[in-house]
Design a binder for this molecule. Structure first.
Ligand code: GLA
Length: 378
């Protein structure tokens, strides 16, 4: 009898969430994060390192909702923008905060492209262009399926979504996954994307987190120092569509090859359509034998917090929050003009219409796979 009881107890322990072997951390469990306006339940998952990083990610839009990291005194702050509930994310105040962006992030000129002899027309949601995958069923707005996991290195969640053929005007049934992983021993978030299709289709995926390393809600990001491993950029027309040229950053306010205060040259761009920085930078080549390279390093001199981003993608969109409008976000904090930066690793904007840019076309039988790593320090 005693034996049976012991055995039952051991089985219960193994099955219970939160209890795991000494080497493997507990598998993250789903928390209820409310419902979308159409009644779909949304889950929230928490990933933690032993060094103080806490990341919270929800199933709506496979979105980073919170990201807490310590400063040089060990004081933690949430360094990304977001809202306290799903209704906030569904409101007009949400400018893609923390979401997975696609099927094609950034702009497609006039919402038009041709592929395999067929013409496609997408929604115009950023006059006169298509932006960030569309209007109602872009990847940031749908609720993904979550599969949490744990291994001896840390914890993670794989989000998956199948976007049906024709959704938001894009061809092909597209199976997308986004895997977030936080190792136990470092303040790091790895984001890995995969995609498969049954018809040729453009794919460009990124995460749209807004960072202020002084803590989300701090007044400005202009005192942060930024380094971009980018010798070139793609000039744009007055609707922010690339002209097709690739130009050197040398001698321009886009030269961030050495750490530079974001506010230093931004005023030179105030009168452009971008109202500040909103540019795609061409990243330096990936060294031979490596799968990715450092793309960006952001430093907040006040808190001492740093963010180093590595990626295998060819470009990074550096956006200095020029369209932020002082909306209210998490904990009643406000998000003024230029109070955060987005560093969106991706292929270049409008690649589908630019034959000289690296291709974003995914074909049946191929797998798109890409990784971006956010490394925090202090
Ligand atoms: C991207 C774009 C910006 C803006 C933001 C969202 O970064 O490049 O122009 O649309 O998304 O507000």
């Amino acid at each position: 009898m005693k034996r049976i009881l012991l055995l039952t107890f051991a089985c219960l322990c193994l099955a219970a969430p939160g209890i795991s072997s000494a080497d493997t951390p507990a598998k993250p469990t789903a928390e209820d994060f409310g419902k979308t306006a159409d009644g779909t339940p949304v889950e929230l998952y928490t990933l933690k390192s032993s060094k103080g990083l806490v990341a919270k990610i929800m199933t709506r839009g496979a979105t980073l909702v919170q990201l807490h990291v310590p400063d040089s005194d060990g004081k933690s702050a949430d360094v990304i923008f977001g809202f306290d509930d799903v209704a906030g994310y569904e409101s007009e105040d949400n400018q893609y905060f923390g979401c997975t962006t696609g099927r094609v992030c950034n702009r497609i000129a006039k919402g038009k492209f041709s592929l395999d002899g067929k013409d496609y027309t997408l929604a115009i949601n950023n006059e006169p262009n298509h932006l960030h995958g569309g209007v109602e069923r872009s990847l940031d707005k749908v609720v993904w399926k979550a599969k949490p996991f744990a291994n001896e290195k840390g914890t993670g969640v794989t989000f998956s979504y199948t976007s049906p053929d024709g959704e938001e005007g894009y061809p092909g049934n597209l199976d997308v996954t986004v895997r977030f992983f936080v190792p136990t021993d470092a303040n790091r978030v790895s984001i890995t994307y995969t995609a498969k299709t049954d018809k040729a289709t453009p794919v460009n995926l990124t995460n749209h987190a807004y960072f202020n390393l002084g803590g989300a809600g701090s007044e400005t990001v202009l005192n942060h120092k930024l380094m971009l491993n980018a010798p070139q950029y793609t000039p744009v027309d007055d609707t922010l569509i690339p002209t097709g040229e690739i130009k050197d950053v040398e001698g321009t306010v886009l030269d961030f090859r050495k750490p530079t205060r974001i506010g230093k040259g931004i005023e030179e761009l105030t009168d452009t359509a971008a109202l500040g920085y909103d540019h795609n930078f061409v990243l330096a080549e990936i060294p031979e034998g490596k799968s990715m390279r450092m793309a960006a390093r952001l430093v907040d001199p006040d808190s001492g917090r740093t963010l180093t981003i590595s990626t295998d993608q060819p470009g990074i969109q550096f956006y200095s929050g020029n369209f932020l409008m002082g909306q209210t976000g998490k904990d009643g904090k406000t998000y003024p003009h230029r109070s955060a930066v987005c560093l969106e690793t991706q292929h270049y904007p409008d690649s589908i219409n630019q034959p000289k840019f690296p291709s974003t076309v995914l074909k049946p039988g191929e797998e798109f796979k890409s990784t971006t790593v956010l490394n925090f320090g202090n």
